[in-house]
Ligand binder design. Structure first.
Ligand SMILES: Nc1nc2c(c(=O)[nH]1)N[C@H]1C(S)=C(S)[C@@H](COP(=O)(O)O)O[C@H]1N2
Ligand SMILES: [Mo]
Length: 392
């Protein structure tokens, strides 16, 4: 079918609609040109979201071959990619709603299925729409820290991303003639709209732009400090929290109490294993690093950390240069009790077993007595309440 035909079917303007239409819709906002204009913004947001999501997944669970080449610089690498991930996902929500609204008259085409090809196309759109709705809803609930599901968020979000991308590519392929015909405002296939409908469309596109801009501005403040007073959509106010740094999981939530810290020692495994008390750690050479915490939920903030270089702790135990580590927290359960670290992070001069944050001893909520801080890594891997360092 050519673009013009679809246009006419989509938007019969006579009362009673075109032949076979169950419901009639005014053309201006439900035509392929509007769908294309909104669709490509949505497509761009989804593409950015997908790529930055892959980055986040790989950093958190590197496939064997990639583990050695994960980037250690720039130190704000994950801060940028995850900020873009969350911002593009949030921007996609109004875009998706408007896109669905521009095309929903197509739900009512009659007959509903005109043959095998049409049936397959409609089925793929059903998969695309439900996967996208589910994906964006899951992501949004996650950044609001609401986990109503029993399964692992990350695994399901990752699998769904592939289902969504596959069905999106199929959709783009099927619609490519229509998209090509309506890519420009005045293409060969486009009908000239009456002025009032063209104005409707312009108004719609401006409002979509404004809505996307607004949701981005009110959520970006969790990362972009000058916008922080506008942060109403994001759950984290980056100025709140002890020592001017937000907390995702408090010590109380992780069931780490002051009592559990009594008699604490850092245990380091290796050919020459040893244990050190906090006083002994403080007597080792102290180093400083300006590094951000960048949470997968999108908030991030720079901080000043001091403590012992992880590299020096490993050298003392004669851990081989190319060894990966397992860092174990005092926390008794939970997904982030144990963290693995590749050698390029472990040996980086900026990677610290931090004892101080912004000039004071770590607050209990920030991981007292000691926590890991490494450049370029997701917040979930910046393990708090570190107890033991093991060699893999
Ligand atoms: N042991 C342990 N470490 C942890 C967590 C945790 O739940 N348990 N949460 C992580 C997450 S999700 C983030 S974003 C950072 C936040 O560090 P902060 O609370 O000091 O800001 O800590 C990480 N370290
Ligand atoms: Mo986090």
């Amino acid at each position: 079918m050519d673009g013009t035909g679809e246009h006419a079917e989509n938007a019969g303007r006579q009362p009673g609609g075109g032949e076979g239409a169950l419901v009639t819709f005014r053309a201006g906002l439900h035509d392929p040109r509007t769908a294309t204009a909104v669709g490509r913004l949505l497509g761009a947001a989804m593409l950015l979201c997908f790529l930055t999501g892959l980055v986040s997944h790989v950093l958190q669970q590197p496939p064997g071959r990639l583990a050695g080449s994960l980037p250690v610089r720039p130190v704000w690498f994950y801060r940028l990619t995850q900020g873009v991930h969350v911002a593009s996902g949030i921007a996609a929500i109004p875009l998706l709603l408007v896109k669905l609204w521009t095309v929903y008259p197509r739900l009512f085409v009659s007959p509903p299925i005109r043959g095998l090809r049409h049936g397959v196309e409609r089925a793929s759109i059903a998969v695309l729409v439900s996967a996208t709705l589910l994906q964006l809803t899951m992501g949004l609930l996650n950044i609001l820290q609401w986990y109503p599901w029993p399964f692992s968020f990350r695994q399901v979000h990752f699998a769904l991303a592939w289902v969504l991308t596959g069905s999106l590519l199929l959709h783009l392929a099927v619609k490519s003639p229509l998209i090509a015909a309506h890519w420009r405002r005045r293409g060969p296939g486009t009908l000239r709209l009456p002025e009032d409908e063209a104005a409707d469309r312009r108004a719609l596109l401006w409002s979509v732009g404004a809505a996307v801009g607004a949701v981005t501005v009110v959520s970006a403040g969790q990362t972009v400090t000058p916008l922080r007073s506008l942060t109403v959509l994001a759950p984290r106010q980056v100025d709140h929290g002890p020592q001017a740094l937000p907390v995702t999981k408090t010590a109380a939530e992780a069931k780490v109490s002051e009592r559990a810290l009594r008699g604490w020692q850092l245990q380091v495994a290796g050919p020459r294993p040893y244990a050190l008390t906090l006083e002994q750690l403080r007597r080792l050479p102290q180093h400083h690093a300006e590094l951000p915490i960048a949470c997968v939920e999108g908030w991030s903030k720079m901080a000043r950390w001091s403590g012992v270089r992880l590299r020096e702790l490993l050298e003392r135990a004669e851990v081989p240069e190319h060894a990966s580590l397992r860092v174990v927290s005092l926390q008794l359960g939970g997904a982030y009790r144990v963290m693995e670290m590749e050698p390029q992070y472990a040996r980086d001069p900026l990677t610290l077993l931090a004892l101080d944050l912004n000039g004071e001893a770590l607050d209990l909520d920030h991981g007292r007595p000691a926590r890991i801080i490494a450049p370029g890594r997701p917040g979930v891997l910046q393990t708090k309440w570190v107890h033991r360092i093991e060699v893999l």
